[in-house]
Ligand binder design. Structure first.
Ligand code: F6R
Length: 248
């Protein structure tokens, strides 16, 4: 596992955007699609700002990009203020030329009985395109990646999960109270994340310092799902100084 420490999240986000832009252009030249695995939350916001800037100011086109978001709350209306569909439109999709039909996000409106089939098809679609080229991740304070909470197995599949109490508390501000915060979500499993050709995990700030240390220097354990990335051959943790402050 690699860790790269930047002065701040803005410079770090620019470097990650450049790596993504470079790959999109290589794939364009090859007339191939570029398959991106995307995350929501606060960590990738600066990355999306920079990708939008590259589109508007430097002519970067996303016409050959196919995206698969990691997760969505369940149940969730796509136009609700807290939906990840809305987040992605507001922070990225509405500002670039990606084709709407190429943007995939787990469906928060499914019936319970439809979830398993949906998840199988989500994975099949990723496989049929040759897998994820670059997977962007954030990390929860408990070490979750996507919504693969503590206890998720390395070979876990895309599925409906129960959110940890600590994850719900972290989200409760957005939902104006814990009682309104979803208890479940649909997440891409650890297996598909581990199959991505390249994994870039973003973490900023002091509040992530302990879990970054545990994930990169601690044992590989399902208690800390991000620690599985130690076994990925092309995973990098992109950190600001505060998030890296506990590393030896
Ligand atoms: C979001 C996701 C989550 C977040 C994580 C960190 O799609 O999959 O794993 O990346 O909870 O959230 P932030 O970036 O808000 O600290």
């Amino acid at each position: 596992i690699g860790t790269v420490v930047f002065e701040n999240s803005a410079t770090a986000s620019k470097a990650v955007a450049k790596e993504i832009a470079d790959l999109i252009r290589v794939k364009q030249a090859q007339k191939q699609p570029c398959i991106l695995g995307l995350a929501t939350g606060s960590s990738p916001k600066g990355l999306y700002v920079e990708l939008v800037r590259l589109h508007k100011e430097e002519g970067l086109s996303f016409r050959n990009v196919v995206s698969f978001n990691l997760d969505e709350y369940y149940p969730m209306e796509p136009d609700s203020v807290n939906s990840y569909v809305r987040f992605m439109k507001e922070h990225l999709f509405n500002h670039i030329d990606i084709l709407p039909e190429n943007c995939h996000i787990p469906d928060g409106l499914l019936s319970k009985e439809g979830i398993a089939d949906f998840c199988d098809q989500y994975e099949s679609k990723i496989e049929s395109l040759g897998g994820i080229d670059i997977q962007i991740l954030g990390i929860g304070g408990n070490g979750h990646i996507g919504f693969n909470e503590s206890g998720s197995l390395q070979n876990s599949r895309t599925r409906l999960v129960a959110l940890d109490h600590i994850t719900r508390v972290a989200a409760s501000g957005d939902f104006s109270g814990l009682e309104n915060t979803p208890r479940t979500a649909i997440t891409v499993g650890v297996k598909k994340i581990m199959e991505a050709k390249r994994v870039i995990l973003l973490a900023w700030g002091e509040r992530k310092a302990n879990i970054i240390k545990a994930s990169t220097e601690g044992e590989v354990t399902s208690r800390v799902p991000a620690s599985f990335l130690q076994e990925h051959n092309n995973a990098t943790f992109i950190l600001d100084k505060a998030a890296a402050s506990k590393l030896t």
